[in-house]
Design a protein around this ligand. Structure first.
Ligand code: GLC
Ligand code: GLC
Length: 812
């Protein structure tokens, strides 16, 4: 059944165009690429922060509010008695026209009412610490228009967590300064903060407000602020309470006339000895300088053009032309874009992640960088070093770290035994992309302790060793607090609802809890590690690890096979999990994914059987569920996984993140039809065509979880944007389906396609080279018959790297 549609793709402009503001859920976008970031919804809701959504929140946002998506950058236009906003909210005055275009790091929202068109372009210029809001007002009528324009931002008192709870203090600390058309927010600047924010407009203002209560009215709302409704700013000066920033501008527009206004939301840091211009007066030099760089339409347009060129260049690195628009737009635009966003934010700030709970994840960030490394390798390099610096000397790792301090987060600690392996996964991807082996010699500390530095290679080694040193009774890896599945807590045993499943480990002495997911992960990354060691001449180390890998393969075959699929784990007491013998959750996806990617028992037919079982038991209309059947009750021995109702999250939800693991397993097994059908089920562009209303969340990116077949509403999506799904979808389609795989010495070409696939072309920039690769599938799902590079036949499937432009013809 076709469902109501709220928008459509515009591939030419690389935009998603939303045509109805009342989307089934706020459909958001991200602004900013490095230090200054903003989240923006299709009605201009959201907030900004500098580097860290918890510790440096610039504007305030209220999550899970009524109405939904409350707080943002709002422009109120008062035209006679009508007050409206270009993005419909918060006034919700019906508009004559509404459109929101989410593009690559920018959003343009346009609204029209009574002959006035208001269009706002939001973006964060490259290398600048500010959000630009370029508002264009146009009079499309034959009469002149007298408009009253009010801007609005609400300041957050920097620490987003205490901002939401420490009111006895917060209501007394707020401070601002006003200078011309700039409102400065300087709460806590008098003491330990060396930073302030400002909101500026490049025109003279006729009034302002900085105190929320005065502007809005205590019993009014964002939808009807008193100052706006009465058309009269109060020129209020905030002392404590809730500081805001609102400019008031009187605008006259002749028939046909248009005017631009550049609003700037900026962030400034000052040196300790240059904080003040005079007692109690902040030093505004840097703010003035920043404003001067963006105070005209021309300067702003130039900064915007630079941002667009930046994205052109990034999206030129890997481009495909298959003739299937739905595939091409995901590969060429949205999947790569989402990879940048997950690389930047890990799991910290979205409309489902409040920005206060979680920093950067050790495993999450390593996976994210695999989707991003081809775009800006130096940033991936730095990320690897940052992550490795939070590792402990025994190879274990802090599970998360804060982006501002880059320090491990002690609240959550370590003990997630899959974590170390991901460092190999990330580092190998980086070296294969760049050929930069020097990263292995970088000196990297443990737990950020100066003086503890060893080489990055040494970190990789102890990561592998950590698994080997933590084997259980079946010689399979001990799971610790959890493996990739944060909710399989086999040493937790909690009856106390106030305990966190992630950090509670009530009993672990004498545990027999082992993970087949880590076993598969160890074999995959172990093979990579062996190949890397050989490459750098560490043959003894390679031999040694090969033995450990072989032993793990044997252990899986012996103790990890259930007859039709791989077991999931052994519990604390050594009992099977994910076995036909279990009452519920007889089969889990993670071990099928990792053990088929590791090709464990392929010759004996285990891989094919496991993949068939995924189709038989896990697959449904919307993708593959995590486990089947779902848990129907809480199981004390298993932890959080069974706490979720059936079909949601880790209890038999379609956890999109792990679908690609099985898809890669399918690709390695050469089953292109199956790989494609699994892939298309969770590909946003296919979902958007059929299920906009049911799916609810943004149709241009993947979400973490789609409700599974046992759920109340199968197919409903949640937790959009920040999910490892982005990187895994990219890795799967770019390297395994389309088959263009970076390797140490060149590019390996080995596609796995549905038999309906037709000829396609991939343009790939790789180090100092540029390849134009044409693939002729000839109805084959797998198997490269011939590669011709610049007219010469190549032996094998790797085209050897050489700088310059090359043409490649591949026949399957
Ligand atoms: C979340 C976490 C990730 C974890 C997954 C499964 O996405 O960010 O680290 O692996 O859930 O529990
Ligand atoms: C919960 C979620 C899981 C997430 C974890 C992070 O367990 O179900 O997806 O990874 O929280 O702490």
């Amino acid at each position: 059944m076709e469902q109501k549609r709220y928008g459509h793709f515009d591939d030419q402009h690389r935009e998603y165009v939303i045509t109805d503001p009342q989307t089934p859920w706020p459909w958001i976008n991200y602004l900013g690429n490095e230090d200054f970031f903003s989240l923006i919804s299709n009605t201009a809701g959201g907030y900004s922060f500098y580097k860290d959504a918890k510790f440096r929140r610039i504007t305030r946002y209220r999550y899970n509010n009524v109405p939904m998506d409350n707080g943002g950058r709002y422009f109120y236009i008062k035209d006679g008695d009508t007050v409206w906003n270009p993005g419909w909210k918060p006034c919700k005055t019906p508009l004559d026209f509404y459109e929101c275009r989410h593009g690559m790091s920018y959003t343009r929202i346009t609204g029209c009412k009574n002959g006035v068109e208001a269009s706002v372009l939001f973006f964060v210029p490259l290398k600048k610490w500010c959000e630009v809001q370029k508002l264009t007002l146009r009079n499309t009528t034959k009469e002149s228009k007298q408009l009253k324009l009010f801007s609005f931002e609400e300041w957050c008192l920097w620490n987003a967590a205490t901002d939401m709870e420490n009111f006895q203090r917060n209501f007394s600390t707020g401070e601002v300064e006003i200078e011309g058309s700039t409102i400065y927010h300087k709460t806590e600047y008098r003491e330990r903060r060396n930073h302030y924010a400002f909101y500026h407009v490049n025109t003279e203002i006729q009034g302002f407000d900085t105190d929320r209560e005065t502007f809005v009215g205590l019993y009014n709302e964002f939808a009807d602020p008193q100052a706006v409704m009465e058309g009269k700013p109060r020129n209020s000066h905030a002392h404590g309470w809730s500081p805001i920033a609102s400019h008031y501008i009187e605008v006259t527009l002749q028939p046909g006339e248009a005017k631009d206004f550049v609003f700037l939301l900026g962030y400034i840091e000052n040196e300790q000895d240059k904080k003040f211009a005079a007692p109690q007066v902040i030093n505004k030099e840097k703010a003035h300088a920043l404003i001067a760089q963006l105070d005209t339409t021309e300067k702003v347009d130039k900064a915007f053009a630079e941002l667009c060129e930046y994205w052109d260049a990034l999206l030129n690195i890997y481009k495909v032309k298959t003739g299937n628009d739905k595939l091409d737009r995901m590969v060429n635009i949205w999947n790569q874009y989402q990879c940048m966003v997950t690389f930047n934010f890990s799991r910290s700030a979205s409309f489902f992640e409040s920005g206060v709970g979680r920093g950067m994840g050790f495993r999450d960030s390593n996976q994210d960088l695999v989707g991003f490394v081809h775009q800006i390798p130096p940033r991936a390099r730095q990320r690897i070093i940052d992550i490795a610096s939070t590792q402990f000397p025994d190879g274990g790792c802090h599970h998360q770290y804060q982006p501002l301090t880059k320090r491990g987060n002690n609240d959550i600690g370590g003990g997630f035994n899959d974590d170390p392996c991901w460092l190999i996964f990330g580092t190998v991807a980086y070296i294969k992309e760049t050929g930069d082996f020097s990263i292995l010699d970088e000196m990297v500390p443990f737990d950020n302790q100066p003086g503890s530095e060893v080489t990055l290679f040494e970190h990789l080694k102890i990561s592998m060793d950590h698994v080997i040193n933590n084997l259980g009774p079946h010689m399979l890896p001990l799971i610790g607090r959890a493996d990739w599945n944060d909710c399989l807590n086999l040493n937790c045993f909690s009856w106390d609802p106030n305990e966190s499943f992630q950090t509670t480990e009530n009993v672990s002495e004498g545990t027999k809890a082992e993970s087949l997911m880590i076993a598969g992960l160890f074999v995959v990354t172990g093979k990579d590690y062996v190949a890397l060691c050989r490459k750098i001449g560490k043959d003894a180390e390679a031999d040694c690890m090969q033995q450990a890998v072989d032993a793990m393969v044997e252990a899986v075959k012996k103790h990890g096979w259930d007859g039709e699929w791989y077991l999931r784990a052994y519990d604390f007491y050594g009992r099977k999990i994910g076995s036909n013998e279990c009452d519920e959750a007889k089969i889990f996806i993670e071990s099928q994914g990792w053990c088929t990617m590791a090709e464990i028992g392929a010759e004996e037919g285990l891989v094919a059987k496991s993949l068939d079982s995924c189709k038989k038991y896990l697959e449904c209309e919307h993708g593959m569920v995590l486990n089947n059947p779902a848990f129907s009750k809480y199981i004390y021995e298993y932890g959080e996984i069974s706490s979720y109702p059936e079909g949601y999250k880790e209890n038999a939800g379609i956890f999109c993140h792990n679908n690609p693991w099985v898809i890669i397993g399918e690709c390695l097994a050469g089953r292109g039809n199956d790989a494609w059908s699994h892939y298309a089920k969770i590909l946003p562009s296919y979902v958007e065509e059929k299920y906009q209303t049911l799916h609810k969340v943004e149709p241009y990116v993947n979400c973490q979880m789609v409700a599974g077949k046992d759920a109340f509403k199968p197919g409903e999506g949640k937790n959009s944007w920040l999910t490892g799904t982005a990187a895994w979808m990219w890795y799967t389609v770019s390297e395994f389906i389309l088959g263009i795989k970076p390797d140490y010495d060149g590019i390996r070409i080995d596609p796995c396609l549905p038999e309906t696939a037709t000829d396609y072309v991939v343009s790939r920039k790789f180090r100092e080279a540029e390849y134009e690769i044409t693939i002729h599938p000839n109805g084959q799902q797998k198997g490269v018959k011939q590669i011709v590079l610049d007219g010469q036949k190549v032996d094998g499937t790797v085209i050897p790297y050489a700088p310059g432009k090359h043409t490649v013809e591949v026949t399957m």
